[in-house]
Write a protein that binds this ligand. Structure first.
Ligand code: JCF
Length: 706
């Protein structure tokens, strides 16, 4: 809180405000230019938002100082408008990271445990992790028909015309390939090509890139494919998406080698291994050879080789259980801590952020770093003006790992963390208890929806892709409407009254505002209309209840089936109903922390009012039941004794996938008990109650996966 950006706007003189507005407008315009035109973002999203928010606040306080060309008057026009979107029929995955040898040993152990290999070997592949951009290339009848970037994994940008210019990417595959085939891999630029490109740019006044990855990204995302063609891009194939036919090649390694025979470049350093020790040996070898490879890599990717085992292992959230990226250690640099800002997140958490003298860490300019929390500042004894060591590991936010104490350190005053929220309410910050009942490190504002910081963040979350996902109402637009005096959106229900309010206000039509037109407004309103009907899981996730992420929301939706059932349960829990609490506790993966958060949310009168107002505008669909057309759909199953063909986790995941509910104990409501060797009291109880008892083989035959 060292910059003028922290001076409350209502204490500024018009002269000071005017100067700051000019400065902010220029900074935002420059950032926009770098982002949209040069593909070289100069600011993090958070920093960019901070600038815009400050400008909006200033303009609200001093309306007479608003310039007609202010960047706040423009909405929309993001980079997403540049390319058409392509939906990935098979999502493009991201990999979980391993940062230590221990993580790798754990990964291998988890695979063995899940597959219940009892010490039988499992083969893995190990390959360099290319530091480029993922790409999915689609072939139909062997002919390249489209190519898309990863995007958010579900939807990427259509860069077909540009990919057609990459020499490494075949446009026609040999005759024997599947009718539909998506080949995935990494676009990158070699060190030599990168250096030559930058040398040319420097000589002829072109754009100089910070590192090969940025150069590859900037070259691929060109609207003019002629520019892409002039850039030396390369491609390594390492994975696949949709494939039309059964492909008899049954391992990761062999499939990648097949890509090689079809004309793709595949990485020559990919090998097979059969233990954690062997994987680690590959890692050490690549780490040693890293500088001589000729292209950037940021780690090593390990995968289970057999495709059938990959299928059995499946996914946790959006990452495969059968693969992991082992990252090379972080790079470090020394710089000066110029200031400490405190940011407020959507849950009211106050996070300190270090402002640094810009420094290059592993090819990227770092200007700020996370300090995690107040305790961390104290632990580091970081004081403004100190020399610090910053560390950057892959795409992780840079952090301060050490203070280099100089003679002046003791003379600097320790940082004083705020005790009240930065919002106008100045509500006290509290440290929440952790799940273990200890005092947490995070300080949060207690103002919830009433806190202006949280309001806007709640709204952003509410419209985000995995929540309401309203086309044309993204973060930028939320920011605009949040501050718009004519058609404000201050809480979720305001979204659903927007069209009606606009119709009532003929003098200040949205259609007439800059950045909007009749067509875009009509589109926005129809996108909002379409979202009046929403699935229960999206709705529960969108509420932004602390500790209720997407997975938890899905579990809750499946367990309760309807909004009224969930809401009733929440109300009962708030009222102290022990049975309702126990029922929620019995839901898979839901425990005390989640229940406490739900209770706290629905206990808060502001939240109740906001939710009630919102629900009045919506049709919340009952939860889609898990598969209904299988032999075990809707049945409650209990596993007891030991299983021999699969692990408990796997059996459970399989049963749930096929629509069954897995319970821990036998009751009159149990439909099937699967009993293996060593089954005891649960088996006896099942027999006493007359519940159907199956052996593991009978179970597998029943579910058709024997
Ligand atoms: O080299 C890479 N950057 C890389 C990324 C290699 C892989 O085999 C990957 C990947 C991302 C996802 N495999 C998956 C499934």
């Amino acid at each position: 809180m060292t910059s003028s950006a922290d001076t409350p706007v209502d204490t500024l003189s018009p002269l000071e405000a005017s100067a700051e507005i000019a400065r902010l407008s220029e900074a935002i315009r420059e950032a926009d230019r770098l982002y949209y035109q040069d593909d070289a973002p100069s600011l993090s999203d958070a920093d960019y938002d901070r600038l815009r928010l400050r400008l909006i606040a200033l303009e609200a306080q001093f309306p007479e100082l608003v310039r007609p060309d202010s960047p706040t008057r423009k909405v929309g026009a993001g980079p997403s408008e540049k390319f058409e979107k392509i939906r990935h029929v098979v999502p493009m995955l991201s990999l979980d990271n391993a940062f230590s040898e221990e993580d790798v040993v754990d990964f291998v152990g988890r695979v063995h445990k899940f597959l219940a290999t009892h010490g039988q070997p499992v083969t893995f592949t190990a390959e360099p992790k290319i530091d480029g951009l993922s790409l999915s290339i689609r072939y139909e009848g062997g002919r390249l028909v489209s190519a898309a970037t990863r995007g958010d994994g579900a939807e990427g940008e259509n860069v077909t015309a540009n990919v057609l210019t990459i020499a490494d990417v075949p446009q026609q595959l040999p005759g024997d390939v599947p009718a539909v085939l998506e080949v995935r891999g990494e676009v990158y630029m070699s060190h030599a090509d990168f250096a030559a490109l930058n040398a040319k740019a420097e000589a002829f006044g072109g754009k100089v890139f910070a590192n090969p990855r940025n150069a590859a990204a900037g070259s691929l995302r060109q609207l003019d494919p002629k520019i892409t063609a002039s850039r030396p891009l390369k491609f390594f194939a390492y994975a696949w998406g949709e494939i039309s036919a059964d492909w008899a090649v049954e391992t990761q390694f062999d499939r990648v080698q097949a890509f090689g025979r079809w004309g793709f470049s595949v990485n020559p350093r990919m090998v097979r291994c059969s233990s954690a020790e062997e994987l680690l040996a590959v890692y050490r070898g690549l780490e040693a050879d890293r500088a001589g490879l000729g292209y950037d890599i940021d780690g090593v990717v390990y995968k289970v080789d057999r495709i059938d085992l990959q299928t059995r292992l499946g996914f946790v959230s959006r990452s495969p259980r059968w693969a992991i990226a082992h990252k090379f250690p972080a790079e470090k640099a020394r710089t000066v801590l110029e200031g400490i800002d405190v940011q407020v997140g959507r849950t009211g958490a106050h996070t300190p952020v270090a402002r640094l003298t810009p420094v290059t860490v592993g090819g990227v300019v770092v200007t700020n770093a996370t300090l995690h929390n107040a305790d961390e500042i104290e632990r580091l004894d970081a004081r403004i003006g100190d020399t610090v060591i910053v560390q950057r590991a892959g795409d992780v936010i840079p952090q301060i790992v050490e203070v280099v104490k100089d003679d002046a350190h003791d003379g600097r005053s320790p940082f004083e963390f705020p005790h009240v929220c930065l919002c106008d309410l100045a509500t006290p910050l509290v440290r929440e208890e952790t799940a273990a009942g200890e005092e947490g490190k995070i300080r949060r504002c207690t103002g919830e929806f009433a806190c202006p910081f949280q309001r806007q963040e709640h709204l952003r979350h509410f419209v985000s892709r995995r929540a309401f996902d309203i086309e044309g109402l993204g973060e930028k637009q939320i920011e605009f409407f949040f501050h718009d005096p004519d058609l404000p959106i201050r809480e979720p229900s305001d979204i659903f009254t927007l069209a009606a309010r606009n119709a009532e206000n003929p003098l200040k039509k949205l259609e007439n505002k800059e950045g909007f037109g009749a067509v875009s407004v009509a589109k926005l309103f129809s996108a909002i209309e379409a979202r009046r009907t929403v699935s229960l899981e999206r709705f529960v996730f969108a509420l932004g209840i602390r500790n209720v992420g997407e997975t938890t929301a899905k579990q809750l939706a499946r367990a309760y089936g309807s909004w009224s059932a969930f809401h009733d349960a929440a109300e009962k829990i708030v009222a102290g109903d022990g049975v309702a609490r126990e029922e929620m506790d019995a839901i898979d993966q839901i425990g005390e922390t989640v229940i406490d958060s739900i209770a706290a949310y629905f206990r808060e009168p502001h939240n109740r009012a906001i939710v009630e107002k919102l629900v009045a505008h919506l049709t919340i669909l009952d939860a889609e039941k898990p598969k209904a057309d299988t032999a075990i759909a809707g049945k409650t199953v209990v596993f007891t004794g030991s299983l021999e063909k699969m692990t408990r986790d796997e059996a459970k995941a399989q049963a749930e996938r096929l629509g069954a509910k897995v319970a821990g104990s036998v009751s009159a409501k149990t439909h099937i008990v699967v009993a293996g060797p060593g089954a005891g009291s649960k088996l006896a109880k099942a027999q006493a109650l007359g519940v159907q008892v199956l052996s593991e083989d009978e179970w597998l035959a029943l579910v058709g996966e024997g």
